[in-house]
Design a protein around this ligand. Structure first.
Ligand code: 5RP
Length: 227
């Protein structure tokens, strides 16, 4: 699993802290990435000790991990409510996030938005005064050129994400491509989110505006919870 930013100890502290919020009977959205993976493993251990909880994975990766951790799974179609979601972030500023480093932001946004509470798990390297991380935009393959042109017109610089271990682009779990769009500093995330959402052929973008209810920031010496 690709790991970015802070240390594994920081990510583990954040993931395990958020996993403590999972109560008996809970339906939990399971985020993607190396920090969310620690939360999934910690919830798995609680399930192993008798906790009744079901998970809704946000990616192939988180589904496999949850199965490995022995966690019962469900879907948004089968449940009335999602009590909480635990998910990572590539950058956060207050309750605003940039996500999609694992190309899973479309499903993450669906599940995170459906949850009563979103607990973000992060290491300190993810915190920013203002968002300036490139925003991933998942696009239908046929729309990559037209969406890239629209992104440039909005002042962004799009790059097609390519796979690290083989030739060719990254393909999402939904069969689409990802444009990483550098806008520099993002003074108004809500406005940019609206603009990106309006682009024909753009399936979902990685700006999660005002979505975090709690941010568990793991440090070498403990966890800070920002609300
Ligand atoms: C996946 C994501 C991840 O949550 C984000 O990339 C953070 O990953 P990590 O915890 O490995 O740094 O948005 O689409």
């Amino acid at each position: 699993m690709k790991s970015t930013g802070g240390s594994d100890a920081e990510k583990r502290a954040a993931g395990e802290s958020a996993a403590e919020a999972v109560e008996d009977g809970a339906v939990v959205g399971l985020g993607t990435g190396s920090t969310a993976a620690h939360a999934i493993r910690a919830i798995g251990r609680k399930v192993d000790s008798g906790l009744d909880a079901r998970g809704i994975p946000t990616s192939f990766q988180s589904r496999e991990l949850a199965k490995e951790a022995g966690m019962p799974l469900t879907t948004l179609d089968e449940t009335d409510a999602v009590d909480l979601a635990i998910d990572g972030a590539d950058q956060f500023s207050g309750p605003h996030l940039v996500k999609g480093g694992g190309a899973a932001h479309a499903r993450e946004k669906i599940v995170d938005a459906a949850a009563d509470r979103l607990l973000v798990v992060a290491d300190p390297s993810k915190e920013a005064e203002r968002l300036d991380h490139p925003v991933p935009v998942e696009v239908l393959p046929d729309a990559r050129t037209t969406v890239a042109a629209e992104i440039r017109a909005l002042g962004g610089s799009p790059t097609l994400r390519s796979a690290e271990r083989k030739d060719g682009p990254v393909v999402t779990d939904n069969g689409n491509l990802v444009l990483d769009c550098d806008f520099g500093e993002i003074p108004n995330p809500a406005e940019l989110a609206t603009d990106l959402a309006a682009l024909p052929g753009a399936v979902e973008h990685g700006l999660f505006v005002g979505m975090a209810d709690e941010i568990h920031v793991g440090r070498e010496d403990g966890v800070e919870v920002e609300e």
